[in-house]
Design a protein around this ligand. Structure first.
Ligand code: ARG
Length: 459
């Protein structure tokens, strides 16, 4: 039965029913919908809009529906949306009294409340998955703090860096994401229930009762805004997009670093795939898929902003379009976060290969320029002298570490014996001891700070 059929002479066409329905996807809201209805029925009873007995009968009915849906004995089907489904089922279980549940309520404030409850749960889940990922990155940083790897700019070897500093960089990104999701949660925990269709209600409701039962921090202050506000979904999708973008960058590094050409990391067999034709292949399908899936989440953000931007106040059916994109984004985000954490925790590292690679490509040339600058030569001149030394090495086909003191002195008499140790890979990484820099102690301090900030997100 449709909740609104009284006004119509003819039933809706079958294709219009199919086009209009949302039950096929909003059935995911069954638990939050029933929870909110139980709170609403409690409030109706407490405020005298229905009797305490009626309230108890309705709550019993709703509780039995919830448990039957959970166990799978009640299939969620045969109605326009989840709200109609629950109400129809309630009436068929408890009779006429079930029809009183919708007093002082509209599906407009009901669906807005359901979505907030659902998104809030999702935010909690995402935060714990993100915290687990940062925790894993911290373990990798700890385990690899002794090692040095190449640091890149423009995907060309730039300067040697500490391995822990590398993992810390991603931890910083994901910590910012955690803070962003937490801020989103704090802002969205406002209850729209009680706004009714758009203008509020003439019944003597007490919104404080439902607020408390549903654990909202506050109640909405404008009913027109409350029924049409989906900012929290757009904000969730923005936070999710940034997280997916960060993950996608980590994927790109993973794909490069595990290639034969780099050979820095080894993807665990359990998280690799093969080729149906080339027996030798070990493919990075998981990072490739995560990188690929980031596009759908970014797309859902664009879709919701576009759906909302032209809406006149207050509720419009366009808002039904908030759901499928959000559900897909949250599933994608959660799956990507958990698979990446699992894969990274089993990743192995060719630390010798990384160390050797860090010394290739004249990656310690900046250290020679810095050496000269510290002897009083203006940095621009020091840069030019070092450039000549690099050119000399390219001509002679030798690395900087193979140069003799005499060869250094031919370029500038400011060089002394100690330049020979300044150009080694490890010395180069160690030299950058500024806060957040590539030295071992700076990387350790960075890790400590990350762990301190992560603590509040670990349960
Ligand atoms: N399925 C609808 C949605 O998701 C529920 C609210 C319907 N309200 C209405 N006035 N038709 O937005």
């Amino acid at each position: 039965m449709k909740l609104w059929e009284g006004r119509f002479d003819k039933p809706t066409a079958a294709d219009a029913d199919v086009f209009n329905e949302s039950l096929s996807f909003d059935k995911k809201l069954y638990r939050v919908d029933i929870t909110a209805s139980i709170a609403h029925a409690t409030m109706l009873g407490a405020c005298g809009m229905i009797t305490q007995e009626e309230s108890a009968v309705i709550i019993d009915g709703l509780t039995s529906i919830l448990s039957d849906v959970e166990t799978g004995s009640l299939p969620v089907q045969g109605a326009e949306d989840i709200h109609s489904f629950v109400e129809n089922e309630l009436v068929s279980r408890v009779g006429q009294v079930g029809k009183k549940l919708h007093t002082a309520r509209s599906r407009n404030d009901q669906v807005a409340t359901d979505m907030r409850l659902y998104v809030r749960e999702s935010l909690d889940k995402v935060q714990s998955l993100l915290a687990a990922l940062v925790d894993t990155l911290c373990s990798l940083a700890s385990a690899n703090v002794k090692y040095v790897m190449p640091g890149f700019t423009h995907l060309r070897k730039a300067q040697p860096i500490n391995c822990a500093q590398y993992f810390n960089a991603y931890s910083e990104m994901f910590l910012r994401d955690l803070d962003r999701f937490a801020a989103c949660r704090a802002r969205m925990n406002v209850m729209p229930l009680g706004s009714a269709a758009l203008a509020g209600t003439s019944y003597p409701i007490n919104r404080e009762i439902t607020r408390e039962l549903l654990h909202f921090d506050s109640i909405s202050q404008n009913s027109l805004d409350a029924v049409s506000d989906r900012d929290f979904i757009a904000e969730y999708l923005f936070c999710a997009s940034l997280t997916m973008m960060h993950l996608s960058r980590l994927c790109e590094d993973t794909i490069l670093y595990t290639s034969d050409e780099f050979g820095y990391w080894v993807i665990p067999d359990e998280y690799s795939t093969g080729s149906s034709i080339m027996p030798q292949k070990k493919n990075p399908d998981i990072p490739e898929l995560v990188r690929g899936k980031s596009g759908r989440v970014l797309g859902h953000l664009t879709a919701i902003l576009t759906a909302i931007k032209g809406l006149p106040l207050a509720y419009n059916k366009d808002l039904q379009e908030d759901k499928e994109g959000f559900f897909d984004a949250e599933t994608t985000l959660c799956n990507c976060l958990s698979i990446y954490t699992a894969m990274m925790s089993k990743m192995t590292f060719n630390v010798n290969r990384m160390y050797d690679a860090a010394g290739e490509g004249y990656a310690t040339a900046t250290d020679i320029a810095d050496y000269l600058a510290k002897k009083g030569i203006p940095f621009r001149d020091a840069h030019a002298i070092t450039g000549k030394i690099v050119r000399y090495c390219i001509e002679k086909n030798k690395p900087l570490t193979a140069l003799s003191l005499k060869e250094f002195r031919d370029a500038s008499d400011a060089f002394d014996e100690d330049v020979l140790s300044a150009v080694t890979t490890r010395a180069s990484a160690e030299a950058r001891n500024s806060v957040g820099g590539s030295s071992r102690s700076a990387a350790k301090a960075g890790l400590l700070s990350i762990k301190r900030r992560l603590k509040k997100y670990l349960n």
